[in-house]
Design a binder for this molecule. Sequence first.
Ligand SMILES: *Cc1c(COP(=O)(O)O)cnc(C)c1O
Length: 311
Amino acid sequence: MDSLIFMKIKLQKREINEKSFMKFLNSPIEKVFFQNQTIYIKRDDLLSKNFSGNKARKFAYFLDYDFTDVQKVVSYGSNQSNAMYSLSVLAKLKGWEFDYYVTHIPNYLEQNPQGNFKYALENGMRLIVKENKPLRDKIENQETLFIEEGGREIYAEYGLKILAQEIETWKKAQGFENINIFLPAGTGTTALYLQKNSKDSVYTVPCVGDEYYLKEQFKMLEENENFYPNIMHTSKKRHFGKLYRESYNIWLKLQDKMGIEFDLLYDPHGWLTLLENPQIFDKPILYIHQGGLIGNESMLARYKRKYDENI
Ligand SMILES: *Cc1c(COP(=O)(O)O)cnc(C)c1O
């Protein structure tokens, strides 16, 4: 984390705040049965309605400490990103301005704002449409914090260390010697920092790009390959954001059998991959629910339009 000091804003490595807001939130671990397997689910979707899942973990660093010089946060990425919405909540809580760069806004979305896009705008996000992504060097200064797409930043380790500690405490209480941890990856930030701070094996699957792309993402945050999670193989490549009948089906089934709503962008590919790799069920398995349910509003509308009549 020492490279934090290279950022113009001079963020520091900090110890976990005794009064971390995470300690006041509830993220239980539930035991479920699904397709003849016993699976434990870490309910990070329940952390809080507005600031949930792995984005709450990634940005916890900023909630736990004051950054008196910071006036504004700048980021970029897709127009329906979960990170965008969480940053709009963070900015609002901190009293910061929030500029968000997108390459385009579809006409349909502009005329029918919904999901993360709608709620981020309601939180005061300023949307900037530009073809090229903004560069940290041009933007970051004492007052302006720059955040990479999806929150792929080194200070994300702070909140993920807390997650790793919660899991360790639970594991001891259950009397488990070792467990396997599974979660689907976008930038891989969550899986990487969880592996780095955990004694157990973390398994993941890329939802954006392939295995090589995911390793490149890991490398941007961490040189030491010993800290990299295990990357699982899938029988089918699925493109990020595309709709698949089997993805919608497993999502419905999970909801029906467990009574838990998962995210529609990452979790279906995650679950389908997990279930076709039974070798990792040799130890108790913990699936990390990474939130993202506000994003389901727009995904579900797309799925309903495409499949609802003949699923
Ligand atoms: C952002 C997000 C991910 C991906 O997290 P990374 O740390 O980028 O790998 C997975 N699931 C959900 C629900 C998310 O919102």
